[in-house]
Each structure stands twice: as structure tokens, then as C-alpha cells.
Design a protein around this ligand. Structure first.
Ligand SMILES: Cc1cc2nc3c(=O)[nH]c(=O)nc-3n(C[C@H](O)[C@H](O)[C@H](O)COP(=O)(O)OP(=O)(O)OC[C@H]3O[C@@H](n4cnc5c(N)ncnc54)[C@H](O)[C@@H]3O)c2cc1C
Length: 344
């Protein structure tokens, strides 16, 4: 699903936002330092959410006033246009974590020792790889596949991130969702606990990403998210720090051998059924080709790497070239795994 935000049809008065949130609103901030590919133009306004309470306050206000906005986690699965994003970008830095919680993420009144539930609650802005490392240090297994995946817990829930046979759908017990109904003065928000079954997970997708849950379909209001992930409760398994670390190291080493270093968005396209996007791009003869400072990696052709001062336009043009070449060579229409933000 591509979220297109128009720069041409809207112009927004940001003064009410500044009056409501004061110095927390930063104007005209370049997004290139907040994206993994290190590209992207300015956000009209940027606000940093330091807790899930901030997320609730910001999003509620923005839904009510109908100002366009987008949540940015690690910016590792998005390509932000060089023209930037009109409206507000909420940078998610909510990072609290609690191990040994109940299924709603609540701290237990007493320490149950070996009987403590093998669950962790994390706010959605927590770095997912760092969470996996914290679990490893405690001898808790189950998240080894996530070591080396950049980005936040929230981004991983929305996109059902996965690797090495694991994925978010396999670990998630419950997501705390901020859900809204309606817009403007008739808007109301609710914090809900969604069990994994309600998330509509599929290969690198979820009900939130598709926006097929909620009262307002994407095409009617494309420039605000329908629901927000505030936090998640994930299942873990008892192990030892040594065993979890050994498995994490093994998977990290595999990643280093098979994926290029450098600024990128990870896999550009989804793997089509029964095949690999990287193999198809390589078969079309595109490994190593460049457009400006962007290179289709000669190590893994589904990675498009910024070798210096790449623009989003360079990356976008390489996307079109790769799609066309694969279609002509193999008859397969590749689907983007990453999301385009801004105007293209
Ligand atoms: C080097 C590299 C390796 C990678 N390897 C993998 C891999 O092995 N497996 C894999 O699945 N992915 C991989 N990725 C892609 C990416 O890291 C994951 O998709 C990650 O989970 C995205 O998280 P994020 O916080 O960066 O999301 P962002 O890119 O910031 O956002 C992605 C989307 O989710 C929305 N969003 C983010 N947070 C929230 C929230 N709290 N509530 C509602 N919406 C939200 C955003 O608005 C946007 O639409 C890789 C990327 C890179 C750069």
C-alpha cells in the first residue's frame, strides 16, 4: 500500500498546532536524518513523542483538527520524497520496556521468580533490535530473528516484520492500539487491546497497514493514519543468555554475509510467491547498476544502497527501472515492500 500525500492541493495553517504544543513543534525539519536511507525533504512540522501519552495527545489533536500527519518510527521501511511531507510528522521516541508483565502489559504486584510470565511489554517507539538484545541478555529466547532489523516495535507491528522464519505475528500476544472514530468535532478516540488474531497479519502486512479496520476507508481520508500502535506485548521463551546470544550471533553473521552495508531500506520489493525479488532483479541484469548515488547492491539485488548523496528521486527511478526490467524479463510484477511518503 502506498500512502501518497499531496503537496499541491493543500496548504496548512500550523499556527493552531504551535499554540497547542509550543516549542515541541519544529518547523521545516529535514527528514533525511530520520530515515534509514538518509534521503527525504523537510516535514512542515515535526513533533517528537517521548511516551505513549504523547502519542495519544498528538494524534487525538491532529485527528480532531484534521491536519494531515504521519508517524515515523525508525524510517527504515519508507522512502520520503525530496519534496518532503506536508503536514505533521510525529517522530516516535516512546521507549519504555517492562519484562515479566501480564498479558495486558501490566507489572505484576509481586515478583513470581521462575513463574514470572514470559512476556515483555514495549512502547511502540522502542528500537526492535535493541529489545531483542535486552531479551537475549536475560536469557529469553524468541526474538533472535529480530536482531539486525532496524526500526521500532510499532513499525514492526504495522509491517509484520520478519526474518529467518520468524515474524511479528509469531511473537505478538496483544497490541495496544489508539483507534479513532470520525473526524473533526465528532471525533472520539479509544485505547484498545487487540489480540494477535485481530491484527490481520499477512506477509509484511497487517490490518493497520492496509487500513482495512476502522470507520474511514483510506481513499476517503488518505493523509492521516487510521489507527496507531502505542505498545505491544510479545511472547518469549525461557533459555540461557549464552544460547540466545549464540543463535543471535549466528543470524547476525548470516545477515552480514548476505546483505550490504550502507544506508538502505532493506528489501525494496516483496518476494513474489515461490520466488525472490533479489533473484529476479539479478536475472534481469541489474545487479550493481547505479542512478546518481544509488546502487542496486551487487551483494543482494533487492537492496538499493545510498552510496553518498543519493536523492529520493534517484531511488524512485531505480525502482521503476527494476520493476520494468523484471516484468520484461520474467513476466513478474514486483510489489513494493517499502512505502512511499510525500509527493511523487
Ligand atoms: C538494513 C535493513 C534491513 C532490514 N531487514 C528487514 C528484515 O529482515 N525483515 C523485515 O521485515 N524488515 C526489514 N527491514 C525493513 C524495516 O526495518 C522494517 O520494516 C521495520 O519494522 C520498520 O520499522 P520502522 O520503525 O523503521 O518503520 P517506519 O519506516 O518508520 O514506518 C513504516 C510504516 O509504519 C508506520 N508506523 C510506524 N510506527 C507506527 C506506529 N507506532 N503506529 C502506526 N503506524 C506506524 C509508518 O507511518 C509507516 O507507514 C530492514 C530495513 C533495513 C534498512
Amino acid at each position: 500500500m502506498m500512502l501518497m500525500m499531496s503537496t499541491t492541493t493543500h496548504s496548512f495553517d500550523l499556527q493552531p498546532l504551535q499554540l497547542a504544543f509550543g516549542e515541541r513543534v519544529k518547523l521545516g525539519v529535514s527528514l533525511s536524518r530520520y530515515t534509514a536511507a538518509r534521503v527525504g525533504g523537510p516535514a512542515d512540522a515535526l513533533m517528537e513523542a517521548r511516551s505513549s501519552e504523547d502519542l495519544v495527545d498528538f494524534c487525538s489533536w491532529l485527528w480532531q483538527t484534521e491536519l494531515p500527519f504521519v508517524i515515523l518510527g525508525g524510517g527504515s521501511n519508507v522512502l520520503v520524497s525530496d519534496l518532503g511531507i506536508r503536514g505533521v510528522v510525529i517522530l516516535n521516541k516512546s521507549r519504555r520496556v517492562r519484562f515479566g508483565v501480564d498479558e495486558r502489559g501490566r507489572k505484576l504486584p509481586v515478583d513470581l521468580g521462575a513463574q514470572q510470565p514470559l512476556l515483555v511489554w514495549a512502547e511502540s517507539g522502542m528500537n526492535f533490535g535493541a529489545l531483542a538484545r535486552q531479551a537475549a541478555q536475560r536469557g529469553l529466547a524468541g526474538l533472535e530473528w529480530a536482531v539486525g532489523i532496524p526500526g521500532t516495535v510499532g513499525g514492526a507491528v504495522v509491517g509484520n516484520a520478519g526474518a529467518h522464519g520468524g515474524d511479528m505475528a509469531g511473537n505478538l500476544l496483544m497490541a495496544e492500539i489508539l483507534h479513532h472514530q470520525g473526524y473533526g468535532s465528532s471525533m472520539s478516540v479509544r485505547r484498545e487491546h487487540w489480540p494477535v488474531q485481530k491484527m490481520g497479519f499477512g506477509y509484511r502486512t497487517s490490518a493497520l497497514k492496509r487500513r482495512d479496520i476502522g470507520t474511514v476507508p483510506l481513499q476517503e481520508f488518505p493523509y492521516q493514519p487510521g489507527s496507531i500502535v502505542l505498545a505491544a506485548v510479545l511472547r518469549l521463551e525461557r533459555s540461557t543468555p549464552q544460547a540466545v546470544q549464540a543463535r543471535s550471533d549466528e543470524l547476525a553473521a548470516y545477515r552480514r554475509r548476505t546483505q550490504p552495508l550502507g544506508a538502505s531500506m532493506g528489501s525494496m520489493f516483496k518476494n513474489p510467491p515461490g520466488d525472490y525479488a533479489g533473484r529476479l532483479i539479478e536475472a534481469a541484469g541489474l545487479k550493481g547498476i547505479r542512478r546518481g548515488d544509488v546502487e542496486i547492491s551487487s551483494l543482494h539485488a533487492n537492496f538499493f544502497v545510498n552510496r553518498g548523496l543519493a536523492s529520493a528521486r534517484d531511488i524512485y527511478e531505480l525502482i521503476l527501472i527494476a520493476k520494468q526490467a523484471v516484468l520484461e524479463h520474467s513476466g513478474v510484477t514486483l510489489e513494493l515492500e517499502i512505502e512511499l511518503l510525500g509527493e511523487w
